[in-house]
Design a protein. Structure first.
Length: 105
């Protein structure tokens, strides 16, 4: 028996996935989000996206695209930032995020 967690629960090395190549070398705190038809965050849409069979996953991904909403920068460039004030970490996160894609408001 393989002692490792299932593949879908393992971290993805950032250099191996297009969605993570633009993320900083560090640790972010955030959550996966899906926008509903009205353009607002939708927990129901997120559940539909996550609770599906592998055979339907590709269709659900196209129908309900997900994004990662980062709200804290815990480490960056090998430096642990958790001892710094939240306002300092937040400013550093916002500086990094300027080069990323779409932002939620």
């Amino acid at each position: 028996m393989d002692p490792r967690p299932p593949r879908h629960q393992r971290p993805v090395p950032r250099h191996r996935h297009p969605a993570t190549r633009q993320l900083p070398a560090g640790a972010l705190d955030g959550e996966l989000v899906v926008l509903g038809a009205d353009g607002r965050l939708s927990f129901d849409a997120l559940q539909q996206r996550l609770v599906t069979s592998p055979a339907k996953a590709r269709a659900k991904a196209a129908q309900l695209p997900a994004a990662y909403a980062a709200f804290d920068l815990l480490a960056n460039g090998g430096v642990d930032l958790r001892t710094q004030r939240w306002t300092v970490r937040r400013e550093r996160l916002e500086q990094l995020a300027r080069s990323w894609g779409r932002r939620f408001s």
